[in-house]
Design a protein around this ligand. Structure first.
Ligand code: AMP
Length: 443
């Protein structure tokens, strides 16, 4: 296209184009780092994941709760734990105009439990099953499958500490994954013990870590005093190496925690939920007691954990509620959607295209479009003048099975032409019979 242009003019042309591109880039307001847009057709996949999860959870007796994305910072400090990566480094916290410290939620359990206590929900339902779906915010280092705003499906069961409840909850999470069609999913499980097991374990861990203190990162040296369990989920290479041979919590469980864990495993086997015991699994939040688990999706490579959860037997009390136990899980929608096929099968289909030719046809056509839609079929059309050829091309691109052609002459006769896009057959149909005709053809 640029052949024959003098080199000077070509240079100038390139310069102008580059400047224009730079100006546009500078002028355009871009996404915040680590945040992402979910665009169609990806959104159709997300809807499929969310609907599958919702249907499964409702079948298991969970009811939906919607809570704010922002809470008082103190809720997360108390709930998640002061010495955790999430609270120390990853929360989006700010002081609002009244001087109060607020944070965007990094996880949902604390907020759900706050609502349970605030509205005394356990008084009505001593065993309460709730789920919630929405965005979470963590200022982590962004990478593929790791965002600063991500979406989770959260489920919580309160008021039942039987080991079968743990197995039932883990099985529900597994079933969601199975129904989504995720293959190679396995549940990694562990027991992190109760408070008293952990007190003994903490000391064993400190004795093990003590000679390695100079090699631990600065954060872990501080964690060593305040909360040595958190050293176990440090991401620094050297700390991980040291932790690889650290004593295991599973070897420090008291008799009742051990028995609880055995029963959970037996029930999971009976339910044929694939699992493996992962004795190093501790999870990054302080509130877990006894059963902890992660949902591993092997096809996802590095970001293979698509969900996780566990039992939290003292969290409700710590948030001002009664001494009621709980167990829950969170499944990350972003990662699940990444791990399932992106094919067009999630895309909504269009049944009918209405092609209108001429102003009269458009006036009549808009009414026809809406009545076909009211009958339950999906309809696409364009109101700005377009040639019939372009409209047929568009109908083809949208995958429409039928095209209703409305021209002035046909309208005068009270008719339209209906074209079957697969067989290429065309029929004249009276306007008042079109919906019946289309429905007959589509049923
Ligand atoms: P967690 O609350 O850290 O146990 O996370 C539960 C699930 O949420 C993970 O397995 C991920 O699927 C998802 N998730 C957690 N953090 C992120 C993130 N930064 N970006 C995307 N997904 C995340």
């Amino acid at each position: 296209m640029l052949d024959g242009i003098a080199p000077d003019r070509l240079k100038y042309f390139v310069y102008v184009q580059r400047r224009r591109a730079r100006d546009t880039r500078d002028y355009m307001i871009q996404l915040i780092k680590g945040f992402h847009d979910v665009l169609p057709p990806e959104t159709a996949k997300w809807r499929f994941v969310i609907e599958t999860a919702r249907e499964n959870l409702v079948r298991c007796g969970f009811r939906e709760i919607i809570i704010p994305v922002m809470e008082k910072t103190e809720l997360f400090r108390r709930g998640i734990g002061e010495v955790t990566d999430i609270v120390e480094k990853e929360m989006y916290t700010f002081t609002d105009r009244s001087g109060e410290s607020l944070s965007l939620r990094p996880e949902a359990t604390a907020g759900i439990l706050r609502a349970v206590v605030e509205h005394s929900l356990l008084r009505r339902d001593p065993v309460l099953k709730l789920f919630s779906i929405g965005p979470m915010f963590r200022r982590e280092r962004p990478s593929k499958g790791r965002y600063r705003q991500f979406y989770q499906i959260n489920a919580e069961v309160l008021g039942d500490d039987h080991p079968l409840t743990d197995a039932d909850t883990i099985a529900a999470a597994y079933q969601i994954m199975a129904d989504i069609g995720a293959k190679s999913v396995i549940m990694e499980i562990n027991s992190v013990g109760c408070r008293s097991c952990r007190t003994a374990y903490r000391e064993a861990l400190r004795s093990y870590l003590a000679p390695h203190l100079p090699r631990l990162c600065a954060d872990c040296r501080r964690r060593y005093d305040l909360n040595p369990l958190r050293v176990l989920d440090c991401k620094q290479e050297e700390c991980r190496e040291i932790c690889a041979t650290a004593p295991l919590i599973i070897d420090h469980l008291d008799a009742s925690c051990r028995e609880h864990f055995v029963q959970v495993q037996q029930a999971l086997s009976a339910l044929e939920v694939p699992y493996r015991v992962e004795p190093r699994l501790v999870r990054g939040l302080d509130y877990y007691t006894r059963t902890a688990f992660e949902i591993i999706h092997d096809e996802l490579g590095r970001s293979k954990a698509v969900g996780g959860g566990g039992r939290y037997d003292s969290l409700l009390r710590e948030l001002g509620g009664d001494d009621v136990s709980g167990i829950g899980f969170a499944i990350g929608i972003d990662r699940i959607a990444m791990g399932i096929d992106g094919g067009g099968s999630y895309e909504p289909h269009v049944d009918v295209y209405v092609a209108m030719l001429g102003d009269n046809a458009r006036e009549q056509g808009i009414k026809l479009v809406h009545s076909i839609r009211r009958s339950g079929l999906s309809v696409e059309t364009r109101y700005s003048p377009m040639s019939l050829k372009s409209q047929m091309k568009l109908a083809d691109k949208l995958g429409c099975k039928k095209v209703v052609m409305l021209g002035e002459d046909e309208l005068a006769k009270g008719e339209a032409t209906v074209r079957n896009m697969e067989t290429k057959e065309q029929f004249s149909v009276r306007i008042e019979d079109i919906i019946r005709y289309l429905q007959g053809e589509h049923s």
